[in-house]
Design a protein around this ligand. Structure first.
Ligand code: TYM
Length: 350
């Protein structure tokens, strides 16, 4: 495989409140990558509208959420000057490349996507075409920057595999044209998923077998990034556990999903391993552990939530960050899209 410039891309949907899973599984992990890579972080607003407006709250709410996710990026420590922060709908090359990806991806590939099955539910006939082709837009998001690394939570793994399949098939189907256009053996890199650490799958506080999610009807199932200290404390106190004390070793967490989840959250918030956490709390009662977890969560999330609130109070600043980011994103995406057109055989303006 040809050598590609290393570049990170990831996206977060502006639908509903951001929660601890989004933060620990994705946003917090975006931050250290800035030291090693050129990073592009995107608020994927076109993905948000794959569900009906009643789900994401309508146009005014969408605008508010786009700004809130941007505020979360900035409050977490993403630097929009050294890196790129923008919203997807401002860079039309995403939609343009998504069409090509639609023509590369096979219906059989999309039929296997579990997120579509979950989100469409029983009434599949009534799901939007956009929800079905969601993964090809996601592939376009990544490929339009020829990104090489994609930090996400584990729930996105299948979509990243599809992205690699689209890239590989494009590279194969157009191999001769890619070479003739001067791009050597492969035009798109096969992006590597970055799914590591104790937070790749944060579970519901009410049921350790279900993912923490924006769409869970119970607000007690998740900690939102804008929850205040009392709410965080209350939700952790109420979090489901089991009657046994905490084990002293990681293998003792097997078959204990709620204990495993809370230990994972503690580890991710503190930046240590599950083993380190159990070394400190193993053999003890949940009440003691939960008190420590409340202190740690309030300590980490309190300043983040406060900074998010401060930033969303200045929408003009957020909008300026997004449009500056969109300009710089487009400067990368446009030549890639032009090359894709040349490779595909479209005649374009010289
Ligand atoms: P979204 O908006 O559902 O979630 C944003 C990020 O949060 C992660 N995440 C979690 N991680 C751990 N535990 C959880 N309970 C949890 N819930 C959510 C997700 O894995 C994700 O990293 N399809 C994507 C958005 C997207 C994208 C992209 C991502 C669109 N284009 C291109 C990467 C690259 C999504 O719906 O994420």
């Amino acid at each position: 495989m040809a050598a590609f410039k290393e570049r990170v891309f990831s996206g977060v949907q502006p639908t509903g409140n951001l929660h601890l899973g989004n933060y620990l599984g994705a946003i917090a992990r975006f931050v250290p990558l800035q030291e090693k890579y050129d990073c592009i972080y995107c608020v994927v607003d076109m993905h948000a509208i794959t569900m009906p407006p009643s789900v994401w709250g309508g146009p005014q709410e969408l605008k508010r959420q786009i700004r809130e996710v941007t505020a979360a990026f900035l409050a977490a420590g993403i630097d929009p000057k050294r890196h790129i922060v923008f919203n997807q709908s401002q860079v039309s090359e995403h939609a343009e490349l998504a069409w090509i990806c639609n023509c590369i991806a096979r219906i059989g590939w999309l039929n296997r996507m579990t997120q579509f099955k979950e989100k469409a539910g029983k009434d599949r006939e009534n799901a939007s075409v956009g929800l079905y082709s969601y993964p090809t837009l996601m592939a376009a998001d990544i490929l339009v920057y020829r990104a090489t690394h994609v930090p996400v939570g584990e729930d996105q793994k299948q979509h990243l595999e599809l992205t690699r399949d689209v890239a590989q098939k494009f590279n194969n189907d157009f191999a001769e044209s890619i070479a003739a256009c001067g791009f050597g053996e492969a035009f798109f890199p096969l992006a590597e998923p970055l799914i590591q650490g104790p937070a790749m799958r944060i579970m519901s506080l009410r049921d350790g077998t279900k993912k923490m999610s924006k769409s869970d009807p119970s607000d007690n199932s998740r900690i939102n990034l804008t929850d205040d200290a009392d709410t965080i404390a209350q939700k952790i106190r109420k979090a489901k556990t089991d009657p046994e004390p905490l084990p002293s070793e990681e293998k003792g967490l097997e078959g204990r999903p709620e204990a495993d989840n809370l230990v994972g959250i503690f580890a991710a918030l503190k930046g240590v391993s599950r083993t380190d956490v159990l070394r400190e709390f193993g053999g003890g009662q949940f009440s003691v552990f939960k008190a420590a977890l409340i202190d740690l969560a309030v300590d980490r999330l309190g300043p983040l939530g406060a900074e998010m609130k401060r930033l969303v109070d200045d929408p003009a600043h957020i909008d300026a960050v997004l449009s500056d980011g969109a300009d710089r994103a487009r400067a990368i995406a446009r030549p890639v899209m032009d090359a894709v057109k040349d490779i595909t055989g479209f005649v374009r303006r010289g």
